[in-house]
Design a protein around this ligand. Sequence first.
Ligand SMILES: Nc1ncnc2c1ncn2[C@@H]1O[C@H](COP(=O)(O)OP(=O)(O)O)[C@@H](O)[C@H]1O
Ligand SMILES: [Mg+2]
Length: 359
Amino acid sequence: MRDVEFHNREKETREIRAILDSRPTLITFIYGPINSGKTELITHTIEELPDEYVVFYINLRTKFLASYDEFIESLFEMEMEAEGATRKKKETLAELVSSVTKVAGIPITKEFMDYVFKDKKPKNAFSYIIKLFEEVEATGKQPVLIVDELQKIGDVNVNSSLIYELFNFFIDLTKERHLAHVFVATSDSLFIEQIYSEAMLSGRCRYLLVDDFDRGTTTAFLGEYGFTDGETQTAWDYCGGKPIFLLELIRIDEKERFAKKILATRVNQLKDLLDYLDYTKPGIAIGETRYLVEKEDVVNILRRFVDAEDIDSDGLNRPAKQFLIEDNILFLDLDTGIIKPQSRLNLLAIRKVLEERVQ
Ligand SMILES: Nc1ncnc2c1ncn2[C@@H]1O[C@H](COP(=O)(O)OP(=O)(O)O)[C@@H](O)[C@H]1O
Ligand SMILES: [Mg+2]
């Protein structure tokens, strides 16, 4: 199999580079439907950056976050104790910074870790990071902090002020101190909507949408891998421009059969979900109150997609809407307030399931 190379994203890459070229002032949310290529774009952009940027990249996806301590730990990467007498143990921040490569987690030693955890307040962790970033700045370089899959912080079972404090810290790094660029990536636009009001982000953040490829980009991408016009049409009809599925289609010879198979899987998952709602009403928190999700409201929202590809978020039943977004069936575009299925496959599956219900 040929290795698939990073494709296009010129516009988004340009936007990120323009942000990095200017003084840090706002927090940047990189958002978009699942598997649209957010992490790939970030990783690729970092690789291409000149050495004057020192990037601290934290991906919470693989981290187990059940407690406050685990969240704080997830931010840092412990420096191993030097073995033998040949390497000097790193004791100062300057020594730590001198060993930082272009991309890493936030380095820390055991001694600093004790300080960070001292009285279980995020304040200590944040002041450590600020000092470390100031050391980076002192060497003439620009610190960049990237937190990927930040919605996982929602799993942390502590007082709700953690998010508030974290975003105040991000505001401090950007708008107040102009010390570091801060990027936060997530597929969960409800999470962004929620912290937007809780952390008073008005005027302190910007959004960068990384959506599935458009038609032209998809055609160009698949063309590089020898797709015929017919194969490209099949790919677009079933998978739209969702990179993760396009990669599968590149890999597989019987493209149409594969596309039909993943659609059938999606249809079954959706049917199963509707069946599940016959037996239970999931609870959804809106502010302080919990609401029950009614199957009828869910079906009413889905029905809107029978003859539309996207719909206005206004006026929809809120618990049902939230349930469908949290379940990764629908995606909310924060900039426009437009809701659409998370993928072309989801759109097709919704239509198929609803058609069958009518018959
Ligand atoms: N521009 C691109 N060129 C080639 N492959 C890509 C591109 N964007 C995403 N992919 C591939 O698609 C898959 C999903 O991308 P990922 O970045 O993990 O999505 P997200 O972070 O938005 O959920 C990955 O396997 C990735 O390698
Ligand atoms: Mg990702």
